[in-house]
Design a protein around this ligand. Structure first.
Ligand SMILES: Cc1ncc(COP(=O)(O)O)c(C=O)c1O
Ligand SMILES: N[C@@H](CCCC[NH3+])C(=O)O
Length: 417
């Protein structure tokens, strides 16, 4: 079931006409579907239930971090995977439960570690030996035990874009799995640490199940080796990374993915932690933009729209392909192949290339699959105020982030005396 569907010539977000939303809130506009977020979360939860797995789903906040979105997930009982103190503050503000938070990331500061310990997070996904020392020192100063899990790098090729692959030995993430036993043994001697689990995230937008299985095999060998050395773990964090359909990809469904994991984990008394981001949010959001001008240079046609790489950087950064559709079908407009580009002064500022569209200036376009790594990667480049974000719920729509104003753009800036 797609909650962004066309009825006659109109594109709908749930039961709201997208053209009406653009009129009410302006463009560029991020539109999220609450029902889609709920359905995607539930697919993970149901798959675990069906497989009989003790589990904790920690939505990866970086994918889309608006507190309105986090609140929808918190109400479903979701935990959260965070990578900064800022993300933790968002989770708390959104009503999230700190005891269901895992803290990933290679450069946690002492202040962030302290904040996380004060709130009582589930555990730190530790990414280096130096970080273990830092966490231990902060915990000691606070006279508490810090729950930790070691992020291991299994050296598995996730088969995804090199910029979003994280589990190869050349990547900055985690510790090499062959060093893990020694590091765990060292951590076990540190009085202000509590060893909880192991963590492994090999990359994002994975469309095959095999790399996940290869990584898990290596992690399970480590788990057994640790057990043989008297270190038992209560959870295995399998990370995020499950891909989505941007352009006909057929990634495993959460059901298939979880069932495959469950098969490998059978007979083990261990909780599984998941960190899905994209699989929950990508197809729960669209970016709506208005065509400013149509322009032809020689025989190249451009649709210049009011959204740009500062609003959605994935096409520019990863040559990512996202579907672009007309919001209203205009039968009187003729089809043409366009590069859909923004107003930013960069040749790399495009949202889509060679797209066949029937549009006129003033028409609306929707960039689909924009709910993950869309708004969260946006910037104010070219002094462009960031877009508004809204959530639809049936026939209702709610503003969850106001469009930035020019005052917002210079907030905190000062002239010299
Ligand atoms: C540690 C960690 N967990 C979870 C995620 C979420 O990944 P995805 O959005 O691919 O599910 C990421 C991003 O790749 C990550 O780096
Ligand atoms: N930002 C990337 C995903 C990176 C995942 C972060 N670990 C994307 O838009 O596809």
């Amino acid at each position: 079931m797609d909650f962004f569907q066309r009825q006659q010539q109109h594109l709908y977000a749930e039961n709201c006409k997208v053209a009406q939303l653009a009129e009410d809130y302006g463009t560029p506009l991020y539109v999220y579907s609450k029902a889609t977020i709920e359905r995607h979360y539930q697919a993970f939860a149901d798959a675990n239930q069906a497989a009989g797995l003790d589990h904790l789903i920690c939505y990866a906040v970086k994918a889309s971090s608006n507190i309105g979105i986090l609140n929808v997930l918190a109400r479903l009982g979701s935990g959260f995977d965070i990578v900064s103190g800022g993300e933790l503050a968002r989770v708390l503000k959104a009503g999230g439960d700190a005891s269901k938070v895992v803290f990933s990331g290679v450069g946690k500061t002492s202040a962030e570690i302290r904040f996380a310990l004060e709130t009582g997070i589930h555990c730190f996904n530790v990414e280096s030996e130096a970080e273990i020392d830092r966490i231990h020192a902060v915990a000691q100063a606070m006279q508490v035990k810090a729950p930790i899990s070691l992020r291991v790098n299994p050296d598995v090729d996730a088969g995804t874009h090199p910029y979003i692959s994280t589990g190869l030995k050349d990547n900055k993430f985690g510790v090499p799995i062959k060093e893990a036993l020694r590091i765990y043994q060292q951590a076990a001697t540190m009085p202000y640490l509590e060893i909880k689990g192991v963590d492994c995230h090999i990359g994002s937008q994975l469309t095959e199940i095999q790399p996940f299985m290869d990584a898990l095999d290596r992690v399970l060998l480590l788990v057994d080796e640790l057990a043989a050395n008297g270190i038992s773990l209560s959870h295995i964090d399998v990370g995020g990374g499950l891909g989505v359909d941007y352009r006909g990809e057929t990634p495993p469904t959460p059901e298939r993915y979880v069932a495959a994991l469950a098969k490998k984990l059978s007979g083990r008394n261990v909780k599984v932690v998941y960190e899905p981001g994209r699989a929950i949010m990508a197809n729960a959001g669209i970016l709506v933009t208005e065509v400013e001008f149509l322009k032809t240079n020689e025989d190249k046609h451009f649709a210049i729209v009011d959204a740009a790489m500062n609003d959605l950087i994935r096409p520019s950064l990863y040559q990512a392909w996202q579907e672009i559709v007309e919001v209203e079908i205009d039968p009187s407009a003729s089809k043409q192949v366009y590069d859909v580009v923004g107003p930013v002064c960069e040749t790399g500022d495009f949202l889509g290339k060679d797209r066949q569209l029937a549009i006129r200036s003033g028409d609306l376009l929707a960039i689909r699959s924009a709910g993950a790594y869309g708004f969260t990667m946006s910037s104010n480049y070219n002094s462009r105020p960031r877009a508004a974000e809204i959530m639809v719920d049936g026939e209702h729509s709610y503003i969850i982030r106001e469009r930035e104003s020019f005052d917002d753009l210079i907030k905190g800036e000062h002239l010299l005396p």
